[in-house]
Write a new protein. Structure first.
Lengths: 323, 531
């Protein structure tokens, strides 16, 4: 079976203006969502308390609210369903710091009389730790981006590196916009998903770039847009297939992986789609816009080959001279 | 003749390495998969097996305060022994001040203080001002954290949990990880054991004013150099005791649970030589008065001193259960916490939630794996089967490497494995696509395979290394469960390069002759001949 049988290149570059318009629209929409609705920081970054309670029947949320009102520790607590109807989480912005008085125990006592339940998870993150995690999180995104930038610049050319980084920023921004839109709690797992998108989306971009590099070096065609079209078309099967298999497994995680992994899987799903799109429609045309010149590249390659050759000759002469 | 030659499957070094990798994978993942008794196994993270994760902060300022207090206590003991009259011995967070009644004593006291390290001494006539030096403050605070780690570790070791983990994090934080806490009661006991200051003090009851204690305010008491403490059982009962203790738990050498004549649990303790001497001196001089046994700021008992008590042992009675007495003895034995600790981060997962998470992620793994395997076979036919062999090998190798290093598998780690399944086929997709392309161009099977691999490798390396960069950063900056994700995904990427680049290439080389002979590209690579 073959999805795309290569006969002639698709005209991707002809559509690059349209793609740019779509991307800019998506970016603006994401930035607007991020700045108006904002990210919903979960307890990992904002600090606070989460208590996960499972009932043997549907959770009596109203009754629970009533009960929790009696204790001032639960002021401002919100109770929401967690996955299934029998499971809920109590969320608070406050974090208790006493070791012997545990908020989980307090909740267990406070909820007495609401039925048969089990407290399955208590997470408390103090404000100091939250801030630290946030700093580290931002640092990790920045460092990963820089690391990738350096690697790509080293392996390809600076224009490739800048194009791939812009595509990455594009992907991460849109993924974050989607997170803000849906109102997911942003915790460490979402950060992990964002970093994975970083690696994954770049994966796609690099496969295409690699082919562009190869075609530039090998073919006589100096029309960059045609080389790009050909490269994208030839790697199109691979791009879609890998995205499809990855999408399939992440979709499985999203559907069956349980509520705790939900935000992580969602972020990845968005990232896979946007990442695939940006690799094809964003990263490659940017080479054009940055004025990558095939002829100049050929000259550079020829120079490099010449230098290598000279070096080799000198080495040979030197060695034979010593002999 | 020639056909016979080419029909024989040729062993090549790639196949051999791949076979070794598979055997390695099977062998070392077996202990974890089959839950064998022997062999190195993957440990499940707290989020999968249930347990308690605590990040504790240390209130180091309290440590300097108690250092000041203990210097004050030793000055008091010294001057009393030497019959030096002291007026207004007071102290605050970092300094002690007092004055002597007899100017002739100044030199003796100065001489005595010379041996006390970490204080600056300022003498003005007969009045003394002692202050902790900044270096001493730093040292004391560092010591408080070190000692807290040591103490908590000792206590948890004796508590009887499997492999408690206590580690320093940053400068002044302590990470405690307790796996295998199964019940709420266990967790509560563990928490109480960790947090118990276990600060034992023996204090003199101020008999001159004790009768008036019920009408006294804390400020009144402070004016006399006293403090008011509650009884442990009945907070309504108050004791007026001298603020500077006779001695504290630092001089304790042993504590154990015992029973009194009525078979009620109590705690026996023993003091070191210095403590025994101080204790003997004090009891000898104060017969007929009361001695308060104070633990963590509560009076446990205040027996009358009937005679001088030598030997340096004593008892703490109180109405506790056997379990409480046992935990208390552990806490006393492993030493007091120099400074109180508090929770900066706590994550506790019940075992049932962990089990649910394992189940859910297994379903996702099997489901995702099944879909990918089916898809690959459907799309690439025999080439898909080859890719699937690599995928299965990949899974086993991930598990084997994790087992060998005793890595921890967390819920995000499971997600990482699932994700790896999706991404590991990538290398094979790239290769298969290349081979197809070359076959379409009319190249021979041999050429298509060899060129396909050599062209694909560069792309695969570049693509995977960038993902690896992201994973390494995640490992360096991630905490707890997230590190597990970085670990599985990194191992997965490395393993996939081995299985896909080396392994499948070997298989193709092994089968090459057959593929060539069959001339059935539809069966082998899922493509029809292009015209």
């Amino acid at each position: 079976m073959e999805f795309f049988k290569y006969t002639r290149p698709f005209n991707f570059m002809g559509k690059s203006k349209l793609a740019l318009a779509i991307s800019i629209f998506m970016l603006i929409a994401s930035i607007v969502t991020l700045s108006t609705k904002g990210l919903n920081y979960g307890i990992d970054f904002a600090g606070g308390t989460i208590i996960q309670v499972k009932y043997n029947v549907d959770a009596p949320i109203d009754e629970m609210r009533e009960k929790l009102k009696s204790n001032e520790l639960f002021d401002g607590a919100s109770i929401t369903k967690f996955g299934t109807a029998d499971e809920v989480v109590i969320r608070m912005k406050t974090a208790t710091s006493s070791i012997s008085v545990d908020i989980g125990d307090v909740a267990r006592e406070a909820l007495e009389g609401t039925g048969e339940y089990e407290i399955r998870r208590v997470d408390i993150v103090g404000p100091k730790v939250g801030n630290e995690l946030k700093e580290k999180g931002i640092m990790s995104l920045v460092l990963a981006t820089i690391g990738i930038l350096i690697y790509v610049a080293f392996r390809f050319e600076w224009r490739f590196a800048v194009a791939s980084i812009i595509a990455l920023v594009h992907d991460i921004t849109i993924a974050m916009g989607a997170i803000a839109l849906v109102g997911l709690d942003v915790n460490l797992d979402v950060l992990a998903a964002l970093l994975t998108i970083l690696g994954y989306s770049l994966n796609d971009t690099i496969i295409i770039f690699d082919r562009i590099r190869e075609n530039i070096t090998d073919s006589k065609n100096t029309q960059l847009s045609e080389v790009i079209d050909e490269s994208i078309t030839k790697t199109l099967s691979r791009t879609t297939l890998t995205s499809l298999t990855t999408f399939l497994v992440v979709f499985m995680l999203f559907m069956f992986g349980g509520e705790i992994i939900h935000a992580f899987a969602f972020t990845l799903l968005v990232g896979i789609i946007v990442g695939t799109y940006s690799s094809i429609f964003m990263a490659s045309p940017m080479l054009l816009w940055f004025g990558f010149d095939v002829r100049a590249y050929h000259v550079k390659l020829a120079d490099k080959a010449k230098r290598e050759l000279e070096k080799q000759q000198m080495r040979d002469q030197f060695e034979s001279g010593v002999m | 003749m020639q056909s016979q030659e080419s029909m024989r499957m040729k062993l090549n070094y790639r196949t051999v390495i791949f076979a070794i990798a598979i055997v390695f994978g099977l062998f070392f993942s077996a202990p974890s998969l089959l839950q064998l008794k022997d062999g190195k196994k993957i440990t499940l993270g707290l989020d999968l097996q249930g347990g308690l994760h605590l990040l504790l902060g240390v209130k180091t300022e309290e440590a300097t305060k108690s250092r000041v207090k203990s210097i004050a206590a030793s000055i008091k003991h010294y001057t009393e022994r030497e019959d030096i009259l002291v007026d207004a011995l007071t102290f605050d967070e970092s300094s002690i001040s007092f004055s002597l009644l007899d100017p002739d004593d100044v030199k003796r006291v100065k001489n005595y203080l010379k041996d006390t390290i970490g204080i600056s001494i300022d003498v003005n006539g007969e009045s003394f001002l002692l202050e902790l030096t900044p270096e001493e403050v730093v040292r004391t605070q560092k010591q408080a954290v070190d000692q807290a780690i040591e103490t908590i570790r000792n206590r948890l070791d004796q508590f009887g949990l499997a492999e408690p983990e206590v580690a320093r994090q940053g400068d002044d934080k302590i990470l405690v990880q307790l796996a295998g806490i199964k019940t709420q009661e266990d967790e509560q006991r563990a928490r109480e054991l960790i947090s118990r200051a276990a600060k034992l003090e023996l204090m003199a009851v101020d008999e001159d004013r004790a009768a008036r204690v019920q009408n006294m305010s804390y400020a009144d008491a402070a004016a006399y150099g006293d403090i008011i403490l509650d009884d442990v059982k009945n907070p309504a009962i108050k004791y007026l005791v001298r603020e500077i203790p006779i001695l504290d738990g630092g001089m304790l050498t042993d504590a154990s649970m015992g029973f009194d004549q009525n078979n009620r649990p109590l705690i026996n303790f023993k003091l070191n030589a210095e403590g025994a001497e101080i204790f003997g001196d004090f009891t000898g001089k104060n017969v007929g008065k009361r001695l308060a046994v104070v633990l963590d700021g509560k009076v446990y008992s205040a027996p009358n001193i009937n005679e001088r008590i030598g030997g340096g042992s004593g008892q703490i009675s109180g109405s506790y259960t056997v379990e409480e007495a046992k935990d208390l003895a552990i806490a006393l034995r492993s030493g007091a916490l120099l400074a109180p600790i508090y929770v900066m981060e706590k994550r506790s997962v019940g075992p049932s939630l962990g089990a649910d998470s394992i189940k859910a992620s297994m379903i996702a793994l099997i489901g995702g794996f099944g879909l990918v395997v089916l898809f690959m076979m459907f799309y690439y036919r025999a080439a898909g089967v080859v890719a699937n062999i690599a995928l299965v090998a990949n899974l086993f190798i991930i598990l084997a490497v994790m087992s060998l290093f005793g890595a921890t598998l967390t819920l995000p780690g499971m997600a990482g494995i699932v994700l790896t399944v999706g991404m590991a086929v990538d290398a094979n997709v790239i290769i298969s696509e290349r081979i197809r392309e070359l076959l379409h161009e009319g190249k021979s099977v041999h050429k298509a395979i060899e060129e396909g691999y050599s062209n694909a490798i560069r792309a695969i390396l570049d693509a995977n290394i960038t993902t690896l960069i992201a994973a390494v950063v995640l490992y360096a900056y991630g905490t707890g469960a997230i590190k597990g994700f970085a670990v599985t995904i990194s191992i997965g990427i490395l393993a996939s390069m081995l299985t896909a680049i080396l392994g499948t290439h070997g298989i193709y080389q092994l089968l090459e002759a057959r593929i060539q002979k069959s001339k059935n590209n539809l069966f082998w690579f899922g493509i029809r001949e292009s015209k």
